[in-house]
Design a protein around this ligand. Structure first.
Ligand code: NAD
Length: 256
């Protein structure tokens, strides 16, 4: 059980981050939800998790494209035993047409944010004598696809950062690992469907089966609950000697 532990999950008002937060709360952890908005519904999400799982839950606004706000998130969380770096965005475009502002935003949100939050969280974990850093990378942290230069570069960077974090904490009761999901049907993936339909001149179902799940041999999307369960496992005692590595939850994608 993770009772008494505080988990900070970046980018957790939807999709995988929310799924991970819910599974950590189910396992007894207090959770800190985050995104860059500050709406009533964001705070209501935290309240509903607190009620459903009988844990403490709060929502802290912080923009993960801003290094100072990343660091402030850890401070405002009021504790950080478990850090899940999940915030991420995507943009699909050939390199020679790739908008520079999108490149910079993807590198900042998908990669640099994890550097800043980890830098702020490690001293907190050390003071408490235990810690877990779980970075939500991607199958695109291990392999590539065309038109996703910034995303693939950032996610490979996350896998590299994971290894360095693990080595710098290797002799402490702190671990750092990356989870590499294949396709999970979340708002981020949903948003890619129209672009991909246009690019391949296909309908929705055809794009899902032939393009998106073409590389996922199971031909099934992974679920946010499965990613939450994998995160809970990495926080368990059984995973104490698992550090600096990647766990693929990708229906066989990276086995191809
Ligand atoms: P999503 O769009 O549902 O969730 C992304 C989350 O990040 C949201 O909560 C959003 O509010 C937050 N976010 C975006 N910009 C932010 C910012 N500037 N500051 C703070 N929060 C911000 O997408 P998702 O699919 O749940 O993606 C979550 C993570 O999982 C991402 O890192 C993504 O790359 C990774 N991932 C997703 C898939 C998939 O198939 N969905 C596969 C592999 C990896």
């Amino acid at each position: 059980t993770l009772k008494g532990k505080t988990a900070v999950i970046t980018g957790s008002n939807s999709g995988i981050g929310l799924g991970v937060a819910r599974e950590l709360a189910r396992a007894g952890a207090n959770v800190v939800l985050n995104s860059f908005t500050d709406r009533d519904e964001d705070h209501a999400l935290a309240a509903s998790i607190a009620e459903e799982f009988g844990v403490e839950a709060k929502y802290v606004k912080a923009d993960m494209s801003n290094g100072d706000e990343c660091r402030a998130l850890i401070e405002k969380a009021g504790g950080c035993d478990i850090l899940v770096n999940n915030a991420g965005i995507q943009h699909v475009s050939p390199i020679d047409e790739f908008p520079v502002d999108k490149w910079n935003a993807i590198l900042a949100i998908n990669l640099s944010s994890a550097f800043h939050t980890t830098a702020a969280a490690l001293p907190v974990m050390r003071a408490r004598g235990w810690g877990r850093v779980v970075n939500i990378a991607s199958a695109h942290g291990l392999t590539a696809s065309p038109y996703k230069s910034a995303y693939v570069a950032a996610k490979h960077g996350v896998v590299g950062l994971t290894k360095v974090t693990a080595l710098e904490t290797a002799e402490e009761p702190i671990t750092c690992n990356a989870i590499c999901p294949g396709y999970v049907l979340t708002p981020l993936v949903e948003a890619q469907i129209p672009d991909t339909m246009a690019k391949y001149n296909m309908g929705r179902e055809e794009v899902i089966k032939k393009v998106m799940l073409e590389r996922q041999p199971s031909r099934e999307f992974a679920t946010v609950e499965q990613l939450g369960g994998t995160t809970v496992f990495l926080c368990s005692d059984a995973a104490q000697q698992i550090t600096g590595t990647t766990i693929s939850v990708d229906g066989g994608w990276t086995a191809l």
